[in-house]
Design a protein around this ligand. Structure first.
Ligand code: PEP
Ligand code: MN
Length: 345
């Protein structure tokens, strides 16, 4: 349930509503907007006691939250959230580009990539230390050694770093070394991991599971917010469909939908979303056009030698080209026919 306070509600009236929500067995969550304050009653409790707040002083309306996800929903927080990662703001007016290799393979490979992507205009660095690989025989990542290399890259370039966490056991050591933790697609519904990450003082990049609905994805984010971590960025990275030419099917509409349903920033991963170097520029531009707050792109000094995800990784020149393409206007010569008609009338 949501209690919308009136614009003129006093602090005392807001405090009263918060107390009554607690008494009714719910957790109160307060969102102070520019114009008015919203107090959400989250969890399970005595609903009729919240409904009765309709007549409490300072209350405008009491409404049910339509979606199963609550704190994530725009009903609870109509204004967009901005997540700050050591000075980089995701969810603001700028499109933030995160770039780097799929896996950290060596000190030289990562440092060269970090400098190159920074030069080309990336704002953050990515690199996997613990890799979720489909086969146990594939490269599994350098673990702690990779974390140290990532930290050195951050010190040299100033770029905040994001890396994937696969297990609750690794959370502390990863938090010591990097700025943001990624929950990979395969772990989107690892609830023990989500619960643990809800308690850390680090922003979380939450990828959509390859077979997850948008609702399930937002409910996974709800685990983080309800457990106390409000710093969550969503990432669409493609889903499984019957299509076989691409590694995954990038769900463009889900980027727009997630931003409609939630106040959390949403970024796009065209690398995993397509599996193809040649599609990165087009899908990146499309994602930005539908509202993506950022992009995460795989870059490798020599994709043909990459230990993971070479076919979808750009080399330095390819990445620079994508960054240039992102600055170009979207097809200025292709004016939709409908727009031309309405301009005449
Ligand atoms: C990755 O970012 O390299 C990765 C493994 O991503 P996903 O979890 O989306 O497959
Ligand atoms: Mn990858």
């Amino acid at each position: 349930m949501i209690v919308n306070m009136s614009e003129k509600a006093t602090e005392q009236e807001i405090t009263h509503v918060i107390e009554r929500i607690r008494e009714a067995g719910y957790q109160p969550h307060v969102t102070r907007g520019v114009e008015r304050t919203i107090v959400a009653a989250v969890g399970s409790g005595r609903r009729h006691e919240i409904e009765a707040l309709q007549v409490a002083p300072g209350v405008d309306t009491v409404v049910a939250i339509a979606q199963p996800f609550k704190l994530v929903s725009r009903q609870v927080r109509p204004e967009r959230s901005v997540v700050e990662i050591n000075g980089v703001r995701i969810g603001g007016p700028e499109v933030v580009v995160i770039a780097g290799p799929c896996s950290v393979e060596s000190r030289e490979q990562l440092l060269d990539t970090a400098h190159a992507v920074r030069q080309a205009g990336a704002s953050m660095l990515r690199g996997g230390a613990y890799k979720p690989r489909t086969s146990p025989y594939d490269f599994q990542g350098l673990g702690l050694e990779a974390l140290k290399i990532l930290r050195e890259a951050r010190e040299q370039t100033g770029l905040p770093v994001v890396t994937e966490v696969m297990s609750t056991e690794d959370v502390d050591v990863i938090c010591e070394h990097v700025d943001m933790l990624q929950v990979g697609a395969r772990n989107m519904q690892n609830f023990a991991l989500l619960r643990r990450l809800a308690t850390v003082n680090r922003p979380i990049l939450l990828k959509r599971g390859p077979s997850a609905t948008v609702k399930e994805w937002l409910l996974a984010a709800e685990y983080l917010l309800s457990g106390g971590n409000q710093q969550v960025v969503l990432c669409e990275r493609g889903i499984k469909t019957f299509e076989t030419e691409m590694r995954n099917t990038f769900d463009l509409a889900a980027v727009a939908l997630a931003r409609d349903l939630s106040h959390l920033p949403v970024i796009a991963d065209p690398s995993h979303g397509t599996g193809k170097q040649s599609l990165i520029a087009a899908v990146s531009r499309a994602a930005v056009a539908v509202g993506a707050d950022g992009l995460i792109i795989e870059v490798h000094p020599c994709p043909e030698r990459a230990l993971s995800d070479g076919p979808q990784s750009l080399d330095f020149a390819g990445f620079e080209k994508v960054m240039r393409a992102l600055r170009e206007p979207l097809r200025p010569t292709a004016v939709p026919r409908v727009a031309a008609l309405s301009a005449q009338s």
